[in-house]
Design a protein around this ligand. Structure first.
Ligand code: ADP
Length: 319
């Protein structure tokens, strides 16, 4: 029997638990012995590595977050600790590793592979959807649905009170969450780091809309834009003449019951990762592009900034 391990690293996402469930089931189906590494790379260093069975994954498919914990690890940035991590994996005779994480976690994996040749496969998992080479990262759909529910709720109160709401989404320096949420929620304004903006161009139009009976505005802004969200809210009050509020959605975007799409994608990503390792592929990232799965190198996924879909961006111009 060959041994295979999985860990979650960096920011957690909804979809990690379904991935863990399928990892156990599919590993056993393929004749492998599955192991969990708890708390990311910290767990590799501290030998927090345990055999996993069906009982460990029962009931977790409906839960956000990750049952085995995730972590950021300063120690894993140092070669001496990666050597300890390798010794711990060797002690369990594990030579295949699956990592659910973002580009930072993949950089860590790359260093680990170069020094110790541990066979790995990465599964892009971040709500920011900012990994080059893959159209989809695990957790994005759940985050978008949480944002949708939040904006729909805010719209109710905005319309009752004649207010402008500036709703701030996560995404670091990637505007994907804000762009998609703005389009699918019918926001009046969307500001993202990838597109420069000048608020004054909206002044006349927004004021006229108020004259013609508009009761509220929804602005969806990404956390990575040059201004603070409060500055945008102040602009609504000072220049457009409507009371405004800021709503920072924050970490609620990372949690919640995984959507059907994230559960399915978790299964497919895991299938491809285990198949890749069993087919002798030593260092790859499972990417989803053009409606299919492909294995790509770490260099490719971390080398470039991911660009937003130009078709989506072109819709933004009409918002
Ligand atoms: P994400 O994977 O979500 O982008 P981080 O950027 O925080 O999250 O990275 C997660 C972890 O990956 C870090 O805490 C660190 O342990 C490891 N890591 C990141 N970059 C490197 C690197 N260059 N060398 C070794 N380990 C790294």
């Amino acid at each position: 029997m060959k041994n295979i391990a999985i860990l979650c690293s960096g920011g957690d996402v909804s979809g990690m638990n379904p991935a863990l469930k399928h990892f156990v089931e599919y590993s056993l189906q393929r004749g492998l012995t599955p192991y969990f590494v708890y708390d990311g790379y910290e767990g590799l260093i501290d030998n927090n590595i345990f055999k996993a069975g069906y009982e460990d994954v029962s009931g977790i498919i409906i839960r956000g977050g990750t049952k085995i914990g995730s972590a950021r690890s300063k120690r894993f940035m140092q070669s001496e600790y990666r050597t300890i991590a390798k010794k711990n994996l060797d002690a369990h005779a594990i030579d295949m590793l699956i990592v659910l994480g973002g580009d930072g976690s993949f950089r860590g994996l790359h260093a680990f592979y170069q020094e110790h040749k541990i066979k790995f496969c990465g599964i892009p998992s971040t709500i920011d959807n900012d990994i080059n080479g893959t159209d989809y990262c695990l957790g994005v759909d759940t985050a978008l649905n949480i944002i949708k529910i939040s904006i729909d709720s805010i719209r109710d109160t905005a319309s009752s009170f004649r207010r402008a709401f500036v709703i701030e989404t996560m995404g670091r320096d990637c505007g994907y969450l804000a762009l998609v949420s703005s389009l699918t929620s019918g926001a009046e304004l969307c500001l993202i780091p990838e597109v420069s903006y000048d608020l004054s161009v909206h002044e006349q139009q927004f004021k006229e809309q108020i004259k013609n009976g508009r009761r509220y505005f929804i602005a969806v802004v990404s956390e990575g834009i040059k201004d603070e969200s409060q500055t945008i809210a102040d602009w609504f009050e000072d220049k457009i003449g409507i009371e405004s509020r800021v709503s920072v959605l924050g970490h609620i975007q990372r949690g919640g019951n995984p959507t059907i799409y994230d559960r399915l994608m978790a299964y497919k990503f895991v299938n491809h990762a285990i198949n890749a390792l069993m087919n002798g592929k030593e260092e790859s990232i499972v990417c989803y592009a053009k409606s299919g799965f492909e294995l790509r190198s770490i260099e490719e996924v971390v080398s470039k900034r991911k660009e937003l879909d130009p078709e989506l961006l072109s819709c933004l111009a009409n918002v």
